[in-house]
Design a protein around this ligand. Structure first.
Ligand SMILES: [Zn+2]
Length: 418
């Protein structure tokens, strides 16, 4: 972790500033802490492999003891949940390899770690809406001078889209150490990960961020009122409305409409009632999805009627006093890939002379049920010139590639993803 990140960290329990305890085992450089113990007024927390662990759940206490004993290697195994020595040694070998991919590393963690759908994440309908909304709102409020935080951001798939908008590296906060570790290594390289509990007060200073967001996770938070109050606190500022920050809760389920992995959702007006200092705007995801599939603009000035909200399985909530936020936003396409351009892994590819035949398929019936709306932009079949594929390695999104990237036939994946 960057030492300057201590400026925005606070103890979740006493609110005090955190500082490296110099008298206990630690490894640091001039500007980073690799391993060590952070102390506040009330307790101490470990930094494990450069990630502050700011909660007191059982694994964290054991990892703290291991760091204090000068065994950061064991603390990392604890935070990854690797209690079998042989499995841990296998994982350590993959984690220290310079050539292992995201997929290799996830597989080394074992079958319980993550569903198999991460390969398809960058083209799934939930993701393309979350990414478009996060970028639109982030661009409106960050202005290259303020910082973003992705709360419960998991392995950093959406955090990645904030990297070029946030002034200081975007903070990725999540309970699961392995996920934020993977994000920093692969998915959102350069983000600043923090391990903390979304059901506890958030370990950050008031007004530390211009943009606080949480997508595809809020329905699993039990302490929803506290969570929203904390998001409001994180973006609080004494500046005028033109400089006001924004809060985004994307893809949260609707109590009135069934969806897979339902969680503990609220009805639309229940979500709105969580807000005390800002007036939120609640959107049905269907309308936003149509805007994105059309190629923009993403119209955040819309007001969905109550019937549309009640019937939509997924809702997006935005709150901001900044007049630039609830407005139509163009969805510009980057001219250069952030990572590497690859054929979407949902396609089976068959060579046919100078051409390639692509046929859309799904990894399972469950996947098709949950994400089948991708058919609105992914064609069932298409043919590509080998020459077009040969140009993917340049990373330039030009000519015919523009439409293929927009439709997610070609995806911009993190380097060394699979
Ligand atoms: Zn404290």
């Amino acid at each position: 972790m960057l030492i300057e990140t201590l400026d925005v960290l606070r103890c979740p329990y006493c609110g005090g500033r955190l500082a490296l305890v110099e008298s206990i085992f630690h490894r640091r450089s001039a500007d980073e802490i690799h391993d060590g113990i952070l102390g506040c007024y009330c307790c101490i927390f470990p930094v494990v492999d450069g990630i502050p662990v700011l909660h007191l759940l059982p694994g964290a206490s054991l990892a703290r003891e291991q760091v204090e004993a000068g065994r950061p290697d064991l603390a990392r195994r604890t935070m990854f949940g690797l209690d079998d020595d042989e499995h841990a040694a296998r994982f350590d070998a993959v984690a220290s390899s310079g050539t292992a991919t995201y997929r290799d590393t996830v597989e080394a963690l074992g079958p319980n770690f993550e569903g198999g759908y991460f390969l398809y994440r960058f083209s799934d309908p939930t993701y393309i809406v979350a990414q478009a909304v996060a970028r639109a709102v982030g661009a409106a409020v960050l202005g290259g001078t303020r910082r973003a935080i992705d709360i419960c951001g998991g392995s950093g798939h959406v955090t990645r889209s904030l990297l070029d908008l946030s002034s200081a590296p975007p903070v990725l906060a999540d309970l699961y150490f392995a996920k934020v570790w993977l994000a920093r290594r692969f998915t959102a390289p350069g983000c600043e990960p923090v391990c903390c509990d979304g059901n506890a007060p958030m370990p950050f200073a008031r007004g530390a961020f211009g943009f606080a967001m949480c997508t595809d996770a809020f329905m699993y938070i039990w302490t929803k009122r506290q969570f929203v109050g904390e998001m409001e606190r994180l973006i609080a500022s004494g500046h005028g409305d033109d400089h006001a920050g924004a809060l985004l809760i994307g893809h949260t389920h609707n109590e009135r409409a069934w969806s897979p992995s339902h969680g503990q959702p609220l009805p639309p007006e229940g979500y709105a009632a969580l807000f005390e200092t800002l007036t939120p705007r609640v959107f049905g995801e269907a309308g936003l999805f149509e805007d994105v599939v059309r190629g923009g603009p993403l119209d955040l000035s819309r007001r969905d009627d109550p019937a549309a909200l009640d019937s939509d399985p997924a809702l997006t909530i935005i709150a901001s006093r900044n007049p630039r936020v609830l407005a139509p936003h163009p969805l510009p396409q980057p001219a250069v890939a952030a990572g590497e351009l690859r054929i979407n892994p949902l396609y089976a590819v068959e060579a046919d002379g100078e051409r390639l035949r692509l046929r859309l398929g799904f990894p399972s019936e469950d996947y098709e049920q949950e994400y089948g709306a991708c058919r609105q932009y992914l064609p069932e079949e298409l043919t590509l010139d080998r020459a077009a594929i040969a140009s993917l390695h340049t990373g330039l999104v030009a000519g015919d590639l523009r439409d293929l990237v927009r439709r997610k036939v070609i995806v911009d994946l993190p380097k060394r993803y699979y």
